[in-house]
Each structure stands twice: as C-alpha cells, then as structure tokens.
Design a protein around this ligand. Structure first.
Ligand code: SAH
Ligand code: SF4
Ligand code: F3S
Length: 465
C-alpha cells in the first residue's frame, strides 16, 4: 500500500493532535513517518494510550512521552528518523521532568535490540504487532528499565480497537483491512517488518467505516500492503476483496471508498466489476509497476511481466473507462541497464499514468536482493534515471489534468486550499486535486465544480449552483 498512496512520503513527519481527554494526566507527542498504514497504526496507538490516561500535545518539548512511528523502506527514511531521535534525546536531557522516548513501527522491528544498545537513544522499542503491550512496556520503562516487544503475530489485526481519529481534516480517514505481506519482492523490507499477511473480519471493518461516517467522515481509504489478496474465512464462507468492497459500498452509499495498494499480479476482474457498479467506489487505482523491463521485474520477484501489467491496464480501462491510474517506479535496481531503463520509460508512455511515486533503489539489509544481487548501478546513474522518469511523469500528470478542463466534476471538500483560505481544496473521484473559490459550502460537502483550467498538480474551477 504505498503508497496511495500510500503515498509514502505524503504523510512523513506529521505530528498528530489527539482530542482532549479531561481525565488525562500525561501528555503524548506522536510523530509518524512512512506509509498510510503507519499513520493508521498511530491512531490505534493513540487509542490504546488514551485509555492509559494520555492526552496529546503538538509540542515535543512539553511531552511526558515522545513516540516516533518509523519507516524502514529506504535508507533515507531511516536517516531522517535517527536525526529526529537525536533531537528528542536533547529535549529529554534538558527536561526537568522524566521523559520517555519510544520508537514504534518498521524500523523498530528491523533493528530490534540495536535501538536500545545504541547510545541509549530510546527507552521503549515496539514493533507493529505489539502495540497492545504498550501500557506494560511503558510501566517497565517508567521504572528505569529499557523495554522491548518486537514479536510479530500471525493473527493481530487490532480489529476490536476503535482508532482515535487524529486531527487530519475530519473528512477523509483510513481503515486498515489487512496487515503484513506474503509477497517477497526482492527489494522490499516490508515482509520482514510487518510479518505474515492476515485479513481483518469484514464486519469489524464495516463497523469502523460506519463509525467514521457517523463522526463526519465522508471518505475512507481501505489500507493494506496488498488489498487484492484480502481474504477472510469464517463459518459463513470466504470474503474476498471484491466482496468487502461491495459490502461497504452497499451499506454506506454516501461514503466515498478508496483503497491502497493493489498488486498487479492479484488484481482480478471481479474487483474492477464491483468498482464499475458502485458510484461511491472512487475511480482511482494505485497499481505499482516498479519497472518496465521483464528481466528487472523477474529479479524483483514481482510475479508478473510487463505484458501482464499492460493487460491489467487494459482490463481497468475496459471496465472503468474513466479510472485514473497511478504507479510506483524504482530506478537503478540491481542489474538495470540503459535499455531496461528505456523499457520503463516506454511503459510509462504506453500507460500514461495520471500520477506516480518514483524512487531510486535503496538496498535494504536482509532482503532477497541484498543477499542475491549486486547493487551495481552507480548512485549518479540511479539519480539521472530517476530525473528522467520524473520529467516524463510531470508531463503525463499535466496532460492527465488537462483532460478535465471543460468538464464538471463532483468534488469532496477536504478543507482550505494551502495558498488561500478564500478557496477550497478537494478531490474528485479520480483523486485529482481541485481548487475553487468558497461560497456557502462547508468542509465535507460534495459539490459539482466546473473545471476551467489546470496546472501541473491541480484543477481550478467554480462551483455550479
Ligand atoms: N505494498 C506496496 C508497496 C509498499 S512500499 C506494493 O507492493 O505496491 C511503497 C513503494 O516503495 C514500493 O512500491 C516501491 O516502489 C518503493 N520501494 C520499496 N522498497 C524500496 C527500496 N528498497 N528502494 C526503493 N524503493 C523502494
Ligand atoms: Fe513490499 Fe512487494 Fe509486499 Fe509491496 S507487495 S509490501 S513491495 S514485498
Ligand atoms: Fe510503511 Fe515504511 Fe513500514 S512504507 S509498511 S512504514 S517500511
């Protein structure tokens, strides 16, 4: 799931503000890095700690507990976290009250005890499947002992924990539907940090969506590393991802539904057919391709060829002609030669993605690629290729947005535009950002906007009354 996505980078370093809890005695500062899954996990952590009497602050300097929910996907993600931990260590040493520092998430899982050993940077280390144990771990740390739980689970889905919706925009929220990943893409650290794949009970997912709707949310994104392989078995039968989509779409017709991330090898037509059938399932699919070269895809262990991928694109366009498609691309993977790179550019031209997240390959310890292949593309070359991919995508994104000029689009209002509070910012079903002048609407309204122009990143227009 990147990365609608996951937008892995999109949520980096966001600090979260919890709703006030009058009986709270201690304050928590929590910062999340990485993908939406981590962000969603922070809401579970916040809920667990609210029951322990914590309320939050956006000021790390005044907190009793500082938690950093970390990402290990690329080396630079880890470097950023280490810098933050140094900052927090300084805050702790200057504070005149006891402060605990905890590291959560994927980097905690990857480094385990090493975190406790390194210059006593942190007091508590907790992996993604061990958040229920946080109260005990914190008590242990309060009594001066460093504490750690990085056990991975085959069952944990936190299904019964109502996440504490953190102060995002109050309109679009996340709901985790599965955890872990059983794919072994050779470049990827996620199977090591998140463990085996498991799906959450559909009824608890539906309940959480309904609760979010009753709290004012008008859009939810169903999250998983590979949502297409969602599968929940019970006495009453097996629910697949298409069944889950249908269940939510039918029960909550006024809620927009998004999901992330889809894996090309598991993306089946039944999902596309359900998407086409329900207007409240947004017409947007994030389908990471990673590379356009078959030999690179094979070394990546992605389980599909470029022809298979293009066939999936064809199926999307067949069932949902107005569907927007985004992707993830890695440049400079082991053994990628100039002609492999050209094949990636060619595939991009063939598909014409609406949007893409693009990365240079970063070797991760213990992954299949690290053990089996040589990270042999020089950094400068990785960088040049990345720039070429970015430049091409920039044009494609611009053209994709231009297509909407002259049309009317239903837009869900998320909040003020970044540049001016005289304008709203929202998104259409295809996830394109739309900016338009305010009239008497409010946040969370869905309004019809006539699109008059576009930029590289957004659509501009006026509400149709
Ligand atoms: N489960 C999602 C991806 C999660 S990670 C999926 O399979 O699509 C999000 C993205 O980060 C990946 O799609 C990939 O493009 C990128 N990524 C993962 N590992 C990486 C690495 N070692 N170096 C560079 N990019 C990486
Ligand atoms: Fe990583 Fe592949 Fe799993 Fe995505 S599907 S999380 S890229 S191993
Ligand atoms: Fe997400 Fe980063 Fe972990 S992308 S799953 S937080 S390694």
């Amino acid at each position: 799931m990147n990365s609608n996505e996951l937008l892995p980078e999109a949520l980096q370093g966001s600090s979260l503000k919890l709703k006030d809890n009058p009986s709270a005695t201690k304050t928590l500062f929590i910062e999340s890095y990485g993908c939406q899954m981590n962000f969603s996990d922070s809401e579970i952590v916040a809920s667990i700690l609210q029951n322990e009497g914590y309320t939050t602050t956006t000021q790390a300097g005044s907190a009793d507990l500082i938690l950093v929910n970390t990402c290990a996907i690329r080396d630079n993600a880890e470097i950023r976290v280490r810098q933050r931990l140094q900052d927090y260590k300084k805050i702790k040493s200057k504070s005149d009250k006891p402060v605990l520092i905890g590291v959560l998430g994927c980097m905690a899982e990857r480094l385990k005890k090493q975190f406790l050993e390194e210059e006593r940077l942190v007091d508590v280390v907790v992996g993604p499947d061990a958040y229920r144990d946080l109260p005990r771990l914190l008590h242990e740390a309060e009594s001066g002992r460093q504490s750690i739980n990085v056990l991975l689970s085959k069952e944990e889905t936190y299904a019964d924990i109502a996440p504490l919706r953190l102060d995002q925009n109050g309109v679009s929220g996340f709901v985790s539907i599965m955890r872990g990943c059983d794919n072994m893409c050779s470049f990827c650290v996620v199977p090591f940090t998140r463990g085996r794949e498991r799906s959450r009970d559909p009824q608890s997912i539906l309940q959480e969506c309904e609760d979010a709707y009753n709290q004012g949310y008008r859009e939810i994104t169903l999250l998983g590393q590979n949502v297409d392989s969602y599968k929940f078995s019970s006495n009453t039968g097996i629910a697949l991802f298409s069944d889950l989509l249908k269940l939510i779409a039918e029960h909550l017709p006024n809620l927009w539904i998004r999901f992330s991330t889809s894996h090309p090898k598991d993306m089946t037509d039944d999902v596309l057919q359900v998407m086409a059938l329900y207007p409240n399932i947004c017409k947007y699919i994030h389908l990471p391709v990673q590379s356009g070269s078959d030999s690179v895809l094979e070394r990546m262990n992605r389980g599909y060829t470029s022809a298979w991928y293009l066939n999936r694109i064809k199926a999307i366009r067949h069932f949902i002609p107005d569907c927007a498609i985004s992707t993830d691309i890695i440049t400079g993977f082991c053994g990628e030669n100039p002609s492999d790179h050209q094949e990636t550019l060619q595939l991009m031209k063939t598909v014409n993605f609406d949007f893409a997240y693009m990365f240079m390959y970063s070797e991760r310890p213990k992954t299949l690629a690290e053990r089996k292949y040589t990270d042999d593309v020089p950094e400068t070359e990785k960088h040049i290729r990345l720039q070429e991919v970015i430049a091409l995508q920039r044009e494609h994104s611009k053209n994709a947005l231009q297509k909407y000029v002259g049309t009317n689009q239903w837009v869900l209002i998320e909040g003020d535009s970044k540049k001016s509070n005289a304008f709203w910012m929202g998104r259409n079903s295809q996830n394109a950002v739309v900016i338009f002048p305010k009239l008497d609407e409010k946040k969370g309204d869905r309004v019809n906007v006539s699109i008059t122009s576009s930029t590289y990143t957004a659509l501009l227009g006026n509400r149709i009354l």
